[in-house]
Design a binder for this molecule. Structure first.
Ligand code: C5P
Length: 223
């Protein structure tokens, strides 16, 4: 039977990275950070001098990129694109905004679809993104959809950026995150919505440990 998948979807700054890394480590499964693929493609377009509005040209860059992820923690993570570690540029908040601009284009989503499915390798995969449960892995065994208030997500993103040595202003982050979420939620292709069979977890008042415990309970219930 098919390699099992657990999907972790939700808006920016909600803690999907922490949850999906924790699950991948606990289960010994692979992880797909699908947002990083959109971020990498946006940077590749910028570097190639391709306008982000020319979405067909942006999509055409996707098959040519050699992408490798190494390191399983935020601290030792490296993101190799054509042999160069672009981790800091990929993680910058501004890159998230560029990614969400190209992510609204059907041609771009189509160009990245098979690439994402290719991460489905035994013994299992944790898929982290916006449309993991709705579009990329609709047959996932367990679908999680994380939410948190916009204020809390901006605070989490600020902590994450400062831990990575990047500075940011809370109000600016808050605005950037809301703009990005609005664009992700209202686009016509693969919008940010929970799959009909997703389990919603509001993490606003939960610590990362409490979120992990709740998911552990779900896993036990399902054997
Ligand atoms: O998750 P992350 O912040 O890295 O994603 C960056 C952007 O990429 C999102 O704001 C969204 O527009 C896009 N994205 C997407 N579908 C995914 C993952 C990310 O459209 N599965």
């Amino acid at each position: 039977s098919a390699v099992p998948v657990i999907t972790v979807d939700g808006p920016s700054g909600v803690g999907k990275g922490t949850v999906s890394r924790g699950l991948a480590e606990k289960l010994g499964w692979h992880r797909l950070d699908s947002g990083a693929l959109y971020r990498i493609l946006a940077l590749a377009a910028v570097d190639a001098g391709v306008s982000l509005r020319d979405t067909d040209a942006v999509a055409a860059l996707a098959p040519k990129l050699d992408i490798r992820f190494t390191g399983d923690h935020e601290d030792n993570e490296a993101i190799w694109v054509d042999g160069r570690n672009l981790r800091d540029r990929v993680r910058a908040e501004a890159t998230g905004g560029l990614a969400s601009q190209i992510a609204a284009a059907p041609a771009v989503r189509a160009a990245l679809l098979q690439r994402q499915k290719d991460f489905r390798v035994a013994p299992g995969l944790i898929g982290d993104g916006r449309d993991m449960g709705t579009v990329v892995f609709p047959d996932a065994a367990l679908k999680l959809f994380l939410t948190a208030s916009a204020e809390e997500r901006a605070r989490r993103r600020l902590r994450q950026l400062s831990a990575a040595g990047q500075s940011a202003i809370l109000e600016d982050l808050s605005t950037e995150i809301s703009t990005r979420d609005e664009r992700d939620r209202t686009r016509s292709v693969a919008p940010l919505v929970p799959a009909s069979d997703a389990i919603l977890i509001d993490t606003t008042f939960l610590s990362p440990t409490q979120v992990a415990e709740r998911i552990d309970d779900l896993l036990k219930d399902r054997g």
